[in-house]
Design a protein around this ligand. Sequence first.
Ligand code: ADP
Ligand code: ZN
Length: 812
Amino acid sequence: MMIAQVVVDISTSSLDKPFDYLVPVNMEREMAVGLTVLVPFSKKNRLGMVVGLYRAEGVNMKLLEISDIVDHDPIFDDRMVELCSLISRRYIAPLSDCLRLAYPPGRKIKLIKRVELAEDADHSILTDLEREAFLLLAKAVYEGGRIENLLDSLDEGVLTVLKKRGFLKVVQVLVKPKSPVKMVELVDISISVEEARILSKELERSSPKQERILSILSKKGRLATKILLDEAKTSRSTLSALSKKGLINMTKVIRRPDLDLTFPEEVITHDSLTEEQSTAIASVKNSLAAGTFAVKLLYGVTASGKTEIYLRATEEALRRGKSVIILVPEISLTPQIAHRFQTRFKGEVAILHSALSDAERFDQWEMIKNGNHRIVLGARSALFAPLKDVGLIIVDEEHEPAYKQNSTPRYHGVWVAEQRAQLSGALLILGSATPSIESRFRAEKGEFELLRLTKRVLDHPLPKVEIVDLRNTGEDNRGIILSLELIDAARAALEEDKKVILFLNRRGYFGFILCKSCGYVFKCKNCEVSMVYHQKNRLLMCHHCGFRTRPKDTCPDCGGSRMGFYSFGTERVEEEIKRFFAGVEIVRMDRDTTRSRGAHRDRLIKFKESKGAILLGTQMIAKGLDFPDVALVGVINADTSLHLPDFRSEERTFQLLMQISGRAGRSDLASKVIIQTFSPDSFAIRAIKESDYEGFYKRELGVRREMNYPPFTEIVNIIFSSKCETSVIDAAKIFSDNLNVAKKDGLKFELLGPVPAPISKIGGMHRWHSMVKTSELEMVLPRLKGDYIRLNSQAAFVDVKITVDVDSVWML
Ligand code: ADP
Ligand code: ZN
């Protein structure tokens, strides 16, 4: 007997395991992993996904049979099921939700309730109430409105009577989505130009319409029907006539998305590699030849030519008949890398861009599944592309928090990349100029092979980094936005028609109190985390452990009395820039100016093509830009990110500043980076000045070891949110108390909190959180899951949303 393991499509954590169903003999041949089926489940029909098949001797009489196959095209294979199961386990998410990651958009078949009404029923036997209900339903059905809500709102008793008397029947029906792919009809001429010319002459008199079609087609070649008919001012019947005579061909093809990802830049194949590049690529080739799972950490300073390594590694994998996944944090921010891959591998690259419409995404998905593309470039969702024989996965900027998904399943892309590579026996390359502390540590332990590119290509010098100490500005705060040093340097660059990038960190919405004389910021003595100032109760608070203290009016460090806030918005900065640089082209890039599709790319092109311009932007301009004529990069303030209430704030600041500095010095041109800060002595800033990643890593690792943070422990952030603050606090406390009991059972973990989250309110929802630190995550996970499900199903907490965030990248 063939048994299918089916995941029923109900998204609750308690129904998370596959159920066994008997496969009817007539379905055995077709049955496969990845099919969508209809199964009986607690007296109803439900949709399910087949995740496994096995044969068993003898029949278990209790097994129910699969009712039907509703989608005959398998969506995923065994390996994808395995990958999704791993994700489901680690990130405590229902398996059905994880499998959804592998679905193309718009492929979801739905099972809905529909009401059928007896049309010529005699109303007279009904009571007023029953008739009223019936007419209400009839009206909704007649108007094609949605009936489910109405059914829910009507009285059960009345509905039962109506059903019993045959007035209405509730049936379940399958709704299959229409393929979102659009077709377009094309018309082509099927005779030679010469023949067409002769024919045209003959037709001129007898059928001028046919003549017009022929002459347009011989001039322009293949055209879409609609365009052709518009131009020839005629109708379909003319086409039919021509087609009957065999003079034209009409075909329907899928309309390919017209997604322009080109960038005005010539892509050069570099014939000679630098010595370091050669060593790195040799190692990559060896691993690809071995064809077994391995991880390499490509740690190369900015502009050391990492992209060239990616391109060559990809080439080699293709040559060996393998396919390739390349992850980038966000494609729209880095149009250059997409352009480089598309130019180098014409037609082989599928791009999974966040700005694609469903139809476009679906089309790309199908093309990948059918083997038309062997390279997939995209954000983290590209990890679930239906590629066969994956031999290489590349994660560019592997340290980026953007690889973490912040809705369920809350997976970390780098972790998933590693799992997929392992399942496929593929090589994983993690690339970065500033590897995450975790990855660098694994390389130190020998789990990853370290490939280093220490020099920029063509011996381009690293830019000179200058730190401007904002503590020395005057009492009136003049020069705090743009220091004299920054203004002078920008003027000098612009005078030579060179470009300037000014970077403004906007993740600075936490109130921290700073000593404007010495730069001192209050930190929690337990957690090494900046404390957040709460104006309401005038207290400083640690949002990791909850420690509170009252800020002093004088600085504990220097005794000065200039303690206070420091903050300003983008508009202020833009105003200030305009004031000093009248007449200079200013390209602003932030969330407001880049809403529309292609806006990022258009702005970057504008910046690229103008002379002597200023690019002012937030995080979104930090990555991947490669413009040779940038002579100055200025960081308006380094402090906001430095003092985020998160144990990774120094790491993030260092990475961000390295990345943004890396936009300068990408040619022979002398270039400069100016960083304004109140904390020139902080470790991150000192390390930036020397471009000293290794020094930063060593020191940060020491802190992590001492304070027990990753990589020495794993962390789970548990967030509670609700409109009602007391419910949030109650839920958070009960959860923590329950969890703490588990220590008696021998589980090893540390629990911080519950405390208000740094972002203590979003959209009217109050937020609290707890942090679990453990070196035995595997053992703690089942307990967390159990507690989570239990609390979630408690009536008292229906309005509290509980989020268990494993491997969280922000503690905000
Ligand atoms: P990264 O990704 O390390 O920041 P890129 O791959 O963008 O660096 O390379 C920086 C620049 O150097 C690019 O313009 C690239 O075309 C060029 N480049 C890369 N490798 C070589 C090489 N071997 N010889 C000359 N130029 C190179
Ligand atoms: Zn603390």
